[in-house]
Design a protein around this ligand. Structure first.
Ligand code: ZN
Length: 242
């Protein structure tokens, strides 16, 4: 089974049509605010930093959600982007395919673990209600934005009527793993990665190898990645204040 996150406009031609042709089931986890507005928040950030600061985006994923929103909302006012997310009509159209299941992915695609509890429930409820009204079907499945979750997010999903959720933990989905239906693992493939890297990811050798390499660097005398991220975070937020 394939799962795809966010709800990109190109998913219809690149994934749904091919999945339908080969009868491969595909779950598409859609964030509802990008569908309504046309764009994803990180695209504004990419444009602002002319695509040179993927680490800046990673830093923004680590600050409290209200701080991320303050930065992104300031940048949003400066740019107009062309649509990159599906339209509501597209979400409805692909939901009619026998191979497609539409799932939730929050409303505004925050990192849920950076949100206040009230925001977590809002994000889950708004997106579920909107998706269900767009496709006239129950939306019971979910994928955590950025893969971040804890016991609070699992409880909020249960309280909001979801029945199953995917994490980004790169492991095979075994019978044993099915016991924890709100923490289902999945192996991610990257659009920008080489075919060789994606094959390594699929067969399960990518992450163990990369983790060992990371350990080598962590043990060296270079500053910790957290310290680096913190500096980038401060630098990016500082630039905005100019
Ligand atoms: Zn996502």
């Amino acid at each position: 089974m394939l799962t795809v996150d966010d709800g990109w406009e190109s998913n219809e031609a690149n994934i749904v049509e091919i999945a339908a042709k080969y009868e491969v089931p595909v779950a598409i986890f859609v964030s509802t605010q990008p569908v309504e507005e046309g764009t994803f928040w990180w695209s504004y950030f990419n444009l602002w930093t002319t695509g040179s600061s993927s680490k800046g985006i990673e830093a923004l994923k680590k600050v409290p959600n209200c701080e991320r929103l303050a930065v992104v909302n300031k940048i949003k006012k400066r740019y107009t982007l062309t649509r990159e997310a599906m339209t509501i009509e597209q979400v409805y159209k692909i939901s009619l395919s026998s191979v497609v299941t539409i799932g939730g992915h929050t409303h505004s695609h925050p990192v849920l673990t950076n949100c206040e509890e009230r925001q977590v429930y809002q994000e889950l409820n708004i997106s579920k209600r909107k998706l269900e009204s767009w496709i006239n079907k129950e939306v019971a499945y979910f994928a955590y934005p950025n893969g971040n979750y804890g016991t609070r997010e699992v409880q909020a999903l249960k309280d909001s009527g979801y029945k199953l959720a995917f994490s980004n933990v790169p492991q095979y989905l075994t019978r044993q793993k099915l016991i924890h239906v709100f923490e289902l693992p999945r192996i991610g493939l990257l659009e920008g990665a080489s075919l060789a890297e994606n094959i390594c990811r699929m067969v399960g050798v990518w992450h163990p190898t990369i983790n060992n390499i990371k350990k080598l660097f962590t043990n060296s005398s270079s500053p910790s990645s957290n310290a680096v991220d913190h500096k980038i975070e401060k630098a990016n937020i500082g630039i905005l204040e100019k």
